[in-house]
Design a protein around this ligand. Sequence first.
Ligand code: PGA
Length: 259
Amino acid sequence: MRKLIIANWKMNPSSLEEARVLVQSVEHRFHFLGPKVSVAICPPTIFIPALSHFVHRAILGAQNLCFAESGAFTGEVSAKQLLLFGVQIAILGHSERRLNFGEDDEMVNNKIKVCLKNKIEPVVCLGGDPKAKMSGMKKIVLKQFNAAVTDLDEKQVSKIIWTYEPFWAISTMKNSKPETGEHAAKMIGYLRGLLAKKIGKTLAKNTLILYGGSVNKSNVHEFAKFPEIDGALVGAASLNADNFWEVIKEFNRESVHKA
Ligand code: PGA
């Protein structure tokens, strides 16, 4: 079973030197990983050009990009500009972008299209809605999923990586509360069902669907033990090389045991 673990550093760390040390201290352990586990690192955009020289085995990712290909978009960065520095994936529709920067469903859909056109793999987050309660998550995921795949054909949809990330489980959210592995696995199963209707069972089975929200070395087993969960989007814990490595190791162990 293929697994993917993504580090979402958000607006951290505060210096390039710290960023370089963090990348290198995770990267030098990669030779322990099995062939089915990939790790992506998504630093702040400003660090991407410099870090592209130090990221060798990991996938270099962006935390955001512009919905337009070029033009007058002050403060934005385009897919083509990111490609110049080897960016291969981009996180889209993250809760923090939906809540703080007005990233709506239509924007996410347009960003997915820009990514696919430029051969950057979109990592689309579902679950970022402040009105969402645990019991209402299916409705939110359905709405955001339908909007995300608008005007995309089967082949395009099959290239998307999905993350179920309920906003209330993100460690830094006000009143953050933990998601359970069981509920996360259920939601991922639900999402895979939606995908199967859209692109067929086989492609849906081969699509990566990750879980995000407070995953760290102490709770990773609770999520990694469910075969439905293909990996994790990790925020706070990815800023500490040892903590992040334990998360990677747990998914690696599961990928080997349940291969
Ligand atoms: P967290 O962040 O692991 O700190 O909860 C995850 C994310 O927001 O992607």
